[in-house]
Design a protein around this ligand. Structure first.
Ligand code: PLP
Length: 397
């Protein structure tokens, strides 16, 4: 007998949190574990943002903020979208939330009816699947691969569209693969979507500022997409502000109003102090964010270079975010002390115990051939981790 609802019984907890817990337990036993399972920048929030938070406390920003977010912040986000992305969203179309996560939940709650289909390319950020379950939608997965640079093609998209399709979810740069859709690739997807005007795109752009190639391109900026894209973004990754919990959605007026309704009954407005810190983030030059991006790029190069020296590891050079997502399937069937590595989860556990490096199994992201390695860590620790991984994998026969 359980008091828990069927809906919640079906929800999984994030695998990264479990892996992190396991590595913490090992650390508590005095072991030197290198944690490459985390999804957050290791940098601290820039000082000018911290100061804005302190000043908000001093100025008594201690009352309930408006549910939709302070108008100054929504204006600043509207201007940022114009300046950096060439997009026109009025402050009324922006809803400030507790992180991009709540913004995603707001949009899904607002648009998905039970049984509606949400197209999600694999590998995906695991939360999408669980959120779709919560709103009683149906995830329709599109399998991509290393060969396709982990990107969904126009023909793959067209093949899974049905009369029940409501949303197509695009996450570029991607967690976990680091794939970034180019303008041309997005235009091919848009050409398909133009034939299906009842489908909206949910575009998760949280890693926008951590892109190493050409400028990040929002699908919302492409011809024909006006009014059909709900963008989700926030300060967590690009400004090293994961703990402040500020994200936003930018969508049609209708969807924005629905998001406000959802948020008004679930959580109310996001933390007043964190909103004022986010205002500083969106109104200052991006120098510190760009310095972090540069550091991530150097680490990306380091990790890729070291991974290329490991036989049997197949990799794609990530173009954004801070993850490497190698295909480890060549090691399936190999043995270590009588135990056969059969899955990516087995390999990830082997690396935790033998190399004392925590990674995340690709199974958590719907891609059973890969593991995710986060490179949001100092160069020294990353080098050490990659050496340990290489040495451990060499033991597999
Ligand atoms: N979207 C993706 C792809 C993410 O990886 C994350 C965080 O890991 C989020 C959204 C959530 O961001 P936030 O911390 O702003 O809720």
């Amino acid at each position: 007998m359980t008091f828990i609802s069927h809906r919640i019984e079906k929800i999984m907890e994030p695998e990264m949190a479990l892996m992190s817990l396991r590595s913490k337990e090992m650390e508590n036993r005095g072991l030197d574990v290198i944690n490459l399972s985390l999804g957050e920048p290791d940098f601290s929030t820039p000082d000018y943002i911290k100061e804005a938070g302190v000043s908000a406390i001093r100025q008594n920003f201690s009352h309930y903020p408006p549910i939709q977010g302070y108008v100054e912040l929504r204006k600043a986000i509207s201007e940022k979208l114009k300046r950096e992305n060439g997009l026109t969203f009025s402050p009324e179309q922006i809803v400030v939330s507790n992180g991009a996560k709540q913004a995603l939940a707001n949009v899904l709650f607002s648009v998905v009816n039970p049984g509606d289909e949400v197209i999600i390319p694999t590998p995906y950020w695991a939360t999408y699947i669980e959120m779709v379950k919560m709103v009683e939608g149906v995830s329709v997965l599109v399998r991509t691969s290393l060969e396709s640079q982990f990107k969904m093609s126009a023909s793959q998209l067209e093949a899974v569209i049905s009369h029940k399709t409501k949303v197509v979810l695009i996450n570029s740069p991607s967690n976990p693969s680091g794939a970034v859709y180019s303008k041309e690739e997005l235009m091919e997807l848009v050409a398909v979507l133009q034939r299906y005007p009842d489908i909206i795109v949910l575009s998760d752009e949280i890693y926008e500022l951590i892109t190493y190639t050409e400028n990040h391109q929002s699908i919302a900026s492409l011809p024909g997409m006006k009014g059909r894209v709900a963008i989700v973004n926030g300060v967590s990754k690009g400004f090293a502000m994961t703990g402040w919990r500020i994200g936003f959605s930018a969508s049609s007026q209708e969807i924005a109003e629905a998001c406000v309704k959802v948020q008004s009954q679930y959580t109310s407005g996001a933390c007043s102090i964190a909103q004022m810190a986010a205002l500083a983030a969106y109104t200052h030059p991006l120098d510190e964010s760009m310095a972090m991006q540069k550091a991530f790029k150097m680490r990306r190069d380091l990790v890729v270079k070291m991974a290329q020296t490991i036989p049997n590891l197949k990799i794609m050079e990530p173009e954004g975010a801070f993850y490497l997502f190698p295909d480890v399937s060549s090691y399936f069937g190999c043995e270590w002390e009588g135990k056969v590595i059969e899955t990516a989860t087995d390999l990830s556990m082997f690396l935790l115990h033998k190399a004392m490096v925590a990674t995340v199994t690709g199974e958590a992201f719907g891609e059973p051939l890969c593991i995710r390695i986060s490179y949001a860590l100092s160069d020294d620790r990353l080098k050490e981790a990659m050496i340990r991984i290489k040495d451990a994998l060499a033991l597999l026969k």
